[in-house]
Design a protein around this ligand. Structure first.
Ligand SMILES: NC(=O)c1ccc[n+]([C@@H]2O[C@H](COP(=O)([O-])OP(=O)(O)OC[C@H]3O[C@@H](n4cnc5c(N)ncnc54)[C@H](O)[C@@H]3O)[C@@H](O)[C@H]2O)c1
Length: 241
């Protein structure tokens, strides 16, 4: 049986690398997927994917999107809060304030708005799985990237808060921690930064978006039914030493 047979999933950042791979994989595994992004991406290959425009920093956008899905499907079983950006590589004394606020708004507030809007729908159904994309830099420190590491660390703990707050409602929440993954986000960054992280990765290579999507698939499916508040680290060994 397909691993997400009959489930309804909302994936954010789905025009990009990891979100796109997850949307395709979820659909291959039987889910009806709403692939949300602020940007327009290439058409999806799998049947069962509906592209929707959603700015995760806009609560009104969230309400409209969630209302639309609930009207069509009656529920949302899986929320993959994955949209994110690095935004700035600066430490606290040099990061422009606008960059700080933008990164926190997308990476942290976006996850907050997503959970805030979808939790009532999951509560009503008595079940649901929330997956929040953090990072290796939500576990280990890194120089520079002040706003990114702050946002991803906060996502890790907000996920544990969701897990504990809604365990009685049948809602599970787990964070996903990718290492350095070959996506448009990484393709756009300074090659020296990427080479430096790969050099610190015991497997010595970039991961693929599909390798992260398989982790999200596990958390989305009932195979992870005893997992909440957990951290799924898929990083080629980066955080191991
Ligand atoms: N690629 C990596 O090495 C890596 C490592 C750790 C964590 N992550 C995290 O994984 C997630 C996905 O990253 P990716 O590498 O696939 O990046 P990506 O840039 O390929 O995709 C991110 C997507 O998010 C979308 N997005 C940005 N702001 C948005 C907004 N306000 N509303 C809706 N969508 C928005 C973008 O349009 C883009 O399509 C991010 O949260 C990122 O921080 C990535």
């Amino acid at each position: 049986m397909p691993r997400l047979e009959g489930k309804v999933a909302l994936v954010t950042g789905a025009a990009g690398g990891i979100g796109r791979a997850a949307a395709e994989l979820f659909a291959e595994e039987g889910a009806r997927v709403y692939a949300a992004d602020v940007a327009e991406g290439a058409p999806f290959e799998s049947a069962g994917i509906t592209a929707v425009r959603l700015d995760v920093t806009d609560e009104a956008d969230w309400r409209e999107t969630v209302d639309r899905i609930v009207a069509a499907e009656g529920r949302i079983d899986v929320l993959f809060n994955n949209a994110g950006l690095v935004g700035s590589y600066e430490p606290v004394d040099t990061i422009p304030l606008a960059d700080w606020h933008r990164v926190i708004d997308v990476n942290l507030n976006g996850v907050f708005y997503g959970a805030r809007t979808v939790v009532p729908v999951m509560k009503a159904a008595g079940r649901g799985s929330i997956i929040n994309t953090s990072s290796i830099w939500g576990i280990a420190g890194a120089a520079g990237v002040a706003a990114y590491t702050a946002s991803k660390g906060a996502v890790r703990l907000l996920t544990k808060n969701l897990a504990l707050s809604y365990v009685g409602d049948g809602i599970r929440a787990n964070s996903l921690h990718p290492g350095i993954i070959d996506t448009p986000l990484i393709a756009a960054q300074d090659a020296g930064v990427t080479a430096g992280v790969v050099a610190q990765t015991p497997m010595g290579r970039l991961g693929t978006a599909r390798e992260i999507a398989y982790g999200a698939l596990f958390l989305a499916s009932d195979e992870s039914s005893y997992m909440t508040g957990g951290e799924l680290v898929i990083d080629g060994g980066y955080t191991t030493p």
